[in-house]
Design a protein around this ligand. Structure first.
Ligand SMILES: [Zn+2]
Length: 89
């Protein structure tokens, strides 16, 4: 597997983009099981309301576990960036 991104800390190219989110699912209590859409048994996916609380995107290096903002994909994580003024060759 090759890609044009590299971890600037450890040099690994094994990176993963992650989307992390948290939600609150609400189920209205009625005469049978909770949730207006649930009548015989409770299914967590049969919710009445879903609110997203937080979400964030980040890129994680699978080797050293450093996390970077997603915007770094167009910046410091690009291998092309290494051919700039800091070139060590
Ligand atoms: Zn790394």
């Amino acid at each position: 597997m090759t890609n044009k991104y590299v971890c600037p800390i450890c040099g690994s190219k094994d990176l993963t983009l992650r989307h992390e989110a948290s939600y609150i699912y609400s189920y209205i209590i009625d005469s049978d099981v909770p949730g207006l859409k649930n009548s015989k048994e409770f299914h967590s996916y049969q919710y009445d309301k879903r609110e997203q609380k937080d979400s964030r995107d980040y890129v994680e290096c699978n080797l050293c576990r450093t996390q970077y903002p997603q915007q770094f994909l167009s910046g410091v994580l690009l291998t092309d960036n290494r051919h700039g003024e800091n070139q060590m060759l």
